[in-house]
Structures are given as structure tokens and as C-alpha cells.
Design a protein around this ligand. Structure first.
Ligand code: HEM
Length: 410
């Protein structure tokens, strides 16, 4: 296999998603960068599969996140873009900008989205998890995604932001439509337009309401965040809300769902965690390593032609850091395909590295640990309701997640 033998491999193909790890192992053994296809939306891409290279790529300022900072005029013309206007906040989030714009936005979000704010949510996350499990246990047969993994992080982030109860349903509906559009189905993005506009209107209204009457919530904290004389504009606050929602939702859903599946497929580890709930911290880290909800990092583009491991990568072309592959790199992790809930140290890259390191990591860890522990405690006979071979994986880039996870709880 050479660096380009994989060019026809579509890494968003559900058949690849079902078990990408043997393929990743071959890529790591072959070359520091391989050519792949990243679905219809992203097209051809360069994938970096080894741990050391992924870590370096994520810290390398020769790569830009904002296409305009790397692409030629011709490349920009061909790049898929959304119109400006009300959609601008979708394109100016933390993951789409570079320093100094990124440095400034990141400093301001840290003033508002603090570890204290996250820790204050712990009791809420616990109560909400129990409520969702009450309803799920009542049914007996559930789809873990619909009944727990999806509503938990969405409701939690809604409460952190301060979306009032009456707007939560509209907010959740808007978000669902937008997420399914992200699956890249033809026309999906177009169909999502009314829902996105509705959600942006709702959020803009909330930002204005909190500016005139602040409350104890994240939107008010973002409005109030100051760094010297600097503060966020209304559009920047909207962009921040959208990125907190988008980066934080599907990833957490898949930590809970794919993490539960990994436990069901490793009954010895499931039993170990049941017998020793004190293992929660290392277990969560190991599930993050093993399932890697963000299979790759988000887009990066070289600002100039580069040579990586003897392969020339032209300026402006899409480069993806292979997080799921790096997390199974035998050069860093002993017996990397073994799920070992006591693994420590565990320097996985599930939350990225460098200046774009996940802002929500403490919240994600807390939600994942609470949800999985409560599920195991409340459902001692937990099992898959269909054969594992019948599970389907979504055709998404960046995220790796199941379409549903049918379970029998009683
Ligand atoms: C298991 C759950 C999660 C995983 C696996 C995850 C993973 C990641 C990764 C890999 C990155 C870096 C992407 C890159 O460099 O291209 C990232 C960034 C980010 N994440 Fe998370 N994330 C999770 C949950 C959350 C939550 C709950 C939130 C907030 C509510 C959040 C907010 C963000 C934000 C805002 C960024 C962008 C940071 C920046 O560009 O400076 N994430 N996340």
C-alpha cells in the first residue's frame, strides 16, 4: 500500500465506520499521510494516521483553520460555503478561525465557560440522567440514543446557556434538523435553512434579553465577558453559542452510546466497572480513547506547499488529523485494541491538542461518567436488543456514531 492507494476509500462510508481500526493500523504501518475521500461534502482529503504526527499537526501553525487564511482565490471559489448574513455565526466559530482572532475569542469564552460553572451542573446532570432512565426503564426496550444519549447533553447545554423551558423544545427541534443536515444527505442543508433561521432568531432574542437583564447563565456571562476593553459582539456571542452546541452535542452523544456498546462487547470490562464504580475516571478516559467520538479533528489547510514524510501536500488542500487512529497507535499504547478500563496513564487525543483543545472536556467527562455509571447501576440486565452485526453507523465525517443503539434494559 502506498500513500495514495487509499484514495478511493470513503472514510464516511458506514461499512468503513463499522470497524475502521484494522484499516487505520495498515495506514499507520504504511505512511505518515494517506490520501482518502471524506464524503461528498468534503471530498478528497489527506489523513494523518500516526499519534506523533497527529499531535504535531494539531499544534502546527503552518496549518490554518479558516479557509481564507490558506486557500488560493481559485480554491476559495470552489470551496463549499454558506451565504453570509444570518449564517455568518455558523462560519466564525472557534474552530473556523486562527490567531489572533482565535486567541481573543478563546480568552473571552474562558471567562464565561468556567470549571466552576460546569461543576455546578453536576447535580442537574445526575437528576436529569435518573429522570431519563426512569422513563427508559418503564419502556424496557429503548434506543439508547433517543432515550438518553441525545437528550442528556442537549438539555444540559440548553440549561447552561440559559434557554428557558418554553424555548427548549424549539431549540432541540432546530438542533435535530441541523444535525441531520450535517449527515451530508443531498438537499439536507437546504431543508435545514428554516429551522436554522428559527434557531438563530431564538438565540439572538435571548442574547438581547440577557444584555438588558442578565441572569445566572452562560449567555449572560458571554455578554458580560471582558478582557481589558475588549468584549464579544452580538454576532460573536451567537457564533460562540453555535460552536458550543455543535462541538459539544454529537460528540457527547457518541461517548455515551458508543461507550456503552464497547462495554457490552467487552463483558469482562463491564463486570469490572460494575464491581468497582471507583474506576469511573480511568474508565471514562479509556472509553474516550477506544471509541474516539471525534474520529478525526476538524478541517486544517496548509498555508503553503508542505512535505510530510516525503509526500507533498499542496497549499489549501484538506488535511484531517486521524484521532481514532492515533488513539490505537501501538507506538504509544500497549495492546491498543484492548479495552482496559484501568489504563493509566492514558494520553489519548480524543479532545484534540494545542490551541483548539476541547473547551468542553470537563463537561463531557462529567456527562459521560454519570450517564454510563447510572445506566449500569439501574439496568443490571442491560443487553443489546439486536445482533451487533445489524447495528448501523452514520455516514458522517469527523464524528463516528451509531444511527441507533437498541437495548433491552430489564
Ligand atoms: C465526548 C465529548 C467531546 C469530544 C470527544 C470532543 C472533542 C473535541 C475535539 C477533538 C476538539 C478539537 C477539534 C480540532 O482541533 O479540530 C474539540 C474542540 C472543541 N470542543 Fe469538544 N468534544 C466533546 C465535548 C464538548 C462539549 C460538551 C463542548 C461544550 C459544550 C465542547 C466544545 C468544544 C469547543 C467550543 C471546541 C473548539 C475549541 C477551539 O477551537 O478553541 N466539546 N472538541
Amino acid at each position: 500500500m502506498t500513500a495514495t492507494d487509499t484514495a478511493t476509500l470513503d472514510i464516511t462510508d458506514p461499512a468503513f465506520k463499522a470497524d475502521p481500526f484494522p484499516r487505520y493500523a495498515r495506514m499507520r504501518a504504511t505512511a505518515p499521510v494517506v490520501r482518502v475521500t471524506a464524503g461528498r461534502r468534503q471530498g478528497a482529503a489527506w489523513l494523518v494516521p500516526r499519534y506523533a504526527d497527529v499531535q504535531e499537526l494539531l499544534r502546527d501553525d503552518r496549518f490554518a483553520k479558516k479557509p481564507a487564511n490558506a486557500m488560493t482565490r481559485e480554491q476559495l471559489r470552489r470551496a463549499p460555503t454558506l451565504p453570509g448574513g444570518p449564517f455568518r455565526p455558523l462560519q466564525e466559530g472557534l474552530l473556523n478561525v486562527d490567531p489572533p482572532q482565535h486567541t481573543r475569542l478563546r480568552a473571552l469564552v474562558h471567562k464565561a465557560f468556567t470549571p466552576r460553572m460546569v461543576e455546578r451542573m453536576r447535580a442537574d446532570v445526575e437528576v436529569l440522567t435518573e429522570e431519563l432512565l426512569d422513563a427508559a426503564l418503564h419502556k424496557g426496550d429503548v434506543d439508547l440514543i433517543t432515550d438518553l444519549a441525545n437528550p442528556l447533553p442537549l438539555t444540559v447545554v440548553g440549561r447552561i446557556l440559559g434557554v428557558p423551558g418554553e424555548d427548549q423544545v424549539r431549540f432541540q427541534r432546530g438542533w435535530q434538523v441541523l444535525s441531520s443536515a450535517a449527515d451530508g444527505r443531498p438537499g439536507g442543508a437546504l431543508r435545514a435553512v428554516p429551522a436554522v433561521l428559527g434557531m438563530m432568531r431564538l438565540l439572538r432574542g435571548l442574547v438581547r434579553a440577557r444584555a438588558s437583564a442578565p441572569r445566572d447563565d452562560l449567555i449572560s456571562a458571554l455578554v458580560a465577558a471582558r478582557e481589558g476593553d475588549d468584549a464579544l459582539t452580538e454576532d460573536e456571542i451567537l457564533a460562540m453559542i453555535v460552536i458550543l452546541l455543535s462541538a459539544g452535542h454529537e460528540t457527547t452523544v457518541n461517548l455515551i452510546a458508543s461507550g456503552t456498546l464497547a462495554l457490552l462487547q467487552h463483558p469482562d470490562q463491564l463486570a469490572r466497572l460494575r464491581d468497582d464504580p471507583g474506576l469511573g475516571r480511568t474508565a471514562t478516559e479509556e472509553l474516550l480513547r477506544f471509541v474516539a467520538p471525534a474520529e478525526t479533528a476538524t478541517e486544517r489547510y496548509p498555508r503553503e506547499d508542505l512535505v510530510i514524510g516525503g509526500v507533498r501536500i499542496p497549499r489549501g488542500e484538506l488535511v484531517l488529523a486521524g484521532i481514532a487512529s492515533a488513539n490505537r497507535d501501538e507506538a504509544v499504547f500497549a495492546d491498543p485494541d484492548r479495552l482496559d478500563l484501568g489504563r493509566d496513564p492514558n494520553p489519548h487525543l480524543a479532545f484534540g491538542k494545542g490551541i483548539h483543545y476541547c473547551v468542553g472536556a470537563p463537561l463531557a467527562r462529567m456527562e459521560g461518567e454519570i450517564a454510563i455509571a447510572a445506566l449500569l447501576r439501574r439496568a443490571p440486565h442491560l443487553r443489546l436488543a439486536i445482533p451487533a452485526a445489524n447495528l448501523r453507523w452514520r455516514s458522517t465525517s469527523i464524528i463516528r456514531g451509531l444511527t441507533s443503539l437498541p437495548l433491552t434494559l430489564r
